[in-house]
Design a protein around this ligand. Structure first.
Ligand code: FE2
Length: 329
């Protein structure tokens, strides 16, 4: 299926009406799953068609303009996730949660953004040079989301509220990366240690008792999958061959990357087991006009190694996952 997908105008109007009616009755993104009977079946069906898990080799798709009716006047970009007023974008958040809820089982992390389901990704003062979503001045390096955890999302959804400077999100699929058979074999058999990124700071200590047990690559019936987060990886000191292969994977992703310049109303859906993502650096203004994304994480069909099920995941606790709005997902 094409990487750009469109919801037809009638369905967009139905999404608009439904989300406004639910929000007017006090329904939020968090409580939406309790009100699934109020969501028209026709809307679920239409959304189901455009949001089918991107199993293509590209590992992503863009739901072009699907939320454009909600991003015309979103108000100023908040200065940080914790100063964002949920009331400011309630209808948008409900509509985004509805789309995400059709893709799979949505969830949050208790120790990330206060356990919220819809995350605000905005540049924040003091975070400019960090490897977290609130950074701006540095390239946010290649990563698959929440790589450190066995229950990380299969799907990552990013909704663009505002992106006046056209800041690019890079996406690169492991299925398009030119890796030698030797490197693929090494990265599929020899583990590394992944640990939580700085957005979880304070919620775990040391290495959590974990060890280098995470495999970077694995094969599924649909193709190769990946778990990769270089800034938050510890490689065994005595394995220069593994390090070299792992670095060549990063270079191979560079070589096959696509840049998505999301516009207001676009939703980018990434298959988090197939594609890594990164963000280009930009200069934040902190004047209410900066780039503003919303993020929702979703679980999909399990396509991971059985050995992952025993990982402790640094004792991180999920909020949800909530039941999917789409039968069978
Ligand atoms: Fe990310």
């Amino acid at each position: 299926m094409a990487e750009f997908r469109f919801l037809h105008e009638e369905a967009k109007a139905l999404l608009h009406r439904t989300s406004f009616a639910l929000a007017a009755d006090g329904v939020t993104a968090e409580t939406l799953h309790l009100h699934d009977q109020r969501i028209p079946r026709a809307l679920i069906t239409e959304l189901g068609d455009v949001t089918s898990v991107p199993q293509s080799d590209s590992g992503y798709c863009v739901l072009k303009g699907i939320l454009s009716d909600f991003t015309e006047a979103p108000g100023p970009t908040p200065s940080s996730w914790d100063t964002a007023d949920p009331g400011q974008t309630r209808e948008l958040d409900v509509a985004f949660a509805l789309i995400a809820g059709v893709t799979g089982r949505v969830f949050g992390w208790r120790s990330q953004q206060d356990g919220r389901l819809v995350h605000d990704i905005v540049p924040s003062k003091g975070f400019e040079n960090m490897q977290v979503g609130a950074s701006s001045a540095v390239k946010l390096e290649w990563h698959t989301e929440d790589s450190y955890h066995p229950d990380r999302p299969e799907l990552l959804l990013l909704a663009c509220v505002r992106n006046p400077d056209g800041v690019g999100t890079d996406v690169a699929s492991v299925r398009r990366a030119r890796l030698s058979d030797e490197d693929a074999a090494l990265l599929s058999t020899d583990p590394v240690l992944l640990y939580p990124d700085d957005s979880y700071a304070g919620s775990w200590s040391g290495d959590g008792g974990d060890s280098a047990r995470m495999l970077t690559l694995w094969e599924t019936a649909d193709g190769l999958c990946m778990r990769f987060d270089p800034p938050y990886t510890k490689l065994p000191d005595d394995r220069p061959d593994l390090r070299a292969a792992w670095e060549r994977l990063g270079e191979a992703l560079d070589s096959c990357a696509t840049t998505v310049r999301a516009e207001p109303g676009d939703v980018v859906v990434v298959n988090n087991d197939v594609a890594a993502h990164a963000r280009r650096p930009f200069t934040a203004r902190y004047d209410g006009t900066d780039r503003w994304l919303k993020r929702i994480l979703a679980r999909g069909p399990w396509q991971r190694l059985e050995s992952e099920r025993d990982e402790p995941g640094y004792a991180q606790v999920q909020v949800g996952p909530y039941p999917s709005l789409h039968p069978g997902r």
